[in-house]
Write a protein that binds this ligand. Sequence first.
Ligand code: PEP
Length: 250
Amino acid sequence: MRKTLIAGNWKMNGSTEMVENLINGVVEGSKKLLKVSTAVCPPYVYIPMVTAATKGSAVGVGSQNISTQASGAFTGEISTSMVKDFGCQYSIIGHSERRTLYGETNEVVAEKFKVVKEAGLIPIFCIGETLEERESNVTEDVLMKQLDAVFAVNGDNAYADCVIAYEPVWAIGTGKTASPEQAQDAHAFIRQHIAKINADNAAAVQILYGGSMNPGNAENLLAQEDIDGGLIGGASLKTEDFMAICQAGE
Ligand code: PEP
């Protein structure tokens, strides 16, 4: 039985005051959850503050990106050992904003996946198609290439101890959500594709939906057989909305 995970991607938002209020609210709200696990991914600079606030709670913490390098002359980069040092358990990799705005290819993302796994962190591996790709009926092909790049670098057991986030690019931050059926179809495809290589990992991997999930649409999305949680952007910045999404998964 896969556990539901609701993870917040705060993106480049926050101030010390806002982060303090938000994380305290999430820690408090998460105490009421019986079935759903929660995690938050703050901007790097707020990670120490957030892990201090989540210490002793069930709220996980992750980075939004990671360097493929271990240490050295890589100005502006942050390594796996650094985020682990500050108590992170997760790292988002391959978010569509990293792919489109910072040129991260499937191959770069697969290398990031590798260093995250080697460090004992859990990748939240984001994949998904653009609107143009969906309209050209190549969604499955795009997902397959994104998944296979990780298999190529990480081997047949790549998807053990990992979280996948299916995030159709056209639904991220746009207010347009995939219908529960569209999302379920993509999630089922992802699971079936992994099962061709490793059936155990396919059955166990948590596949989150991301793309304008909010308190109004979360219940129907989370009710789908292959949707094991959500990666939440905008709605994770308000404690009430984030906790309402978590409650929808209970
Ligand atoms: C995201 O950035 O991962 C995301 C899903 O954003 P939003 O919920 O704002 O669409």
